[in-house]
Ligand binder design. Sequence first.
Ligand SMILES: *Cc1c(COP(=O)(O)O)cnc(C)c1O
Length: 400
Amino acid sequence: MTIKTIYLDNAATTAVAPEVIQEMLPYFETLWGNPSSLYAFGQQTRSALADARNRIATHLGTSDQNIYFTASGTEANNWAIKETMFAYQNKGRHFVTTAIEHHATSHSAAWLQKRGYEVTFLKVDKDGLVDPEEFRAALRPDTVLASIIYGNNEIGTVQPIKELAAIARENKVLLHTDAVQVVGHMPVDVEDLGVDFLSASGHKFNAPKGVGFLYIRKGIKTKGLLDGGAQERKRRAGTENVPYIMGMAKALDLSVANMHERTAHEMKLRDRLINRLLSEVEHCYLNGHRTQRLASNVNISFEFVEGESLLLMLEQRGILASSGSACASGSLDPSHVLLAIGLPHEIAHGSLRLTLSHETSIEDIDYTVRAIKEVVAQLRRMSPLYEDFMAGRKALSAVK
Ligand SMILES: *Cc1c(COP(=O)(O)O)cnc(C)c1O
């Protein structure tokens, strides 16, 4: 018997949509000219690229001149942070970020610290929210840039970016937001948000891995990370990845066209999964904000359970998810995000992240709840900690 695979790790990557593959094919098969070439064969690719940029810009409420293609969300974050701090060092060398960033940001912050820049890491509350007043208090005359993740990839909490951007602007500080989990999943209007930089990545919204973009507000001086040709208005050298950019534009067209129904569907299933787990499994807790949360994100800690064992046993039942205990680095330390919202190590170790897509079905959710109930019960039966806990509880009830 083969079991069906239920993919609940859409925050790690998403499936490439069939329409996206179709959109890309001509740029491998026939239209493979270099967009910088002057002859018509190159110019055809150049105009396709211009069209893709235009559509992406329109979806984000800005002009095509402010969209710069990159090879990933990671590159977009590195570019916005490192090059901006460098370009404005006459103003100061202070950078502000949060304790719950993706490593593309937190490791860029560490890179800056090693080179003599000063970094403030804002704390978050138990739901993973940044306090706007704490943010305001952290800004100084020598603060150049702040970088705040929009939708958190682990716990799903969505920050009030518009409010934070207004505070940054009042204090003459630039604001970058890592919107990799948000673009293609929530409406984004960069001009209305008031951010100066915004990062996105194609593979988080049904385009291929290895393509992304950075929005840079008009008038901001930041050189590119790479030296080379004059591509991307001389700011990001390197021949453009035309097929993938075409795919990313198509993926965003599809997301925007179906956003309302997709998110409504995901939220309904997300809430069903959260509510069923919290009410049907004892000793488990939701991580992240209950409502200011990505439509697709569920993150739950199960006491007396190891996240890794949980994952392996779910995989045997066809369910692919992620744990918050050992992150991509393969280290055994719990994720910095779970620690930042105040989880004790032993609870962080029992965390499970399930991230849905518009293709997830209610049957998938109910199958997953059943599987988690079985697996958690099985793991707890083998847990000495759980045994002690239950014995203690019995003893307690015997006394009463
Ligand atoms: C996936 C992700 C990134 C990195 O994007 P890549 O394109 O995989 O480099 C950055 N930030 C967040 C929040 C992400 O989820």
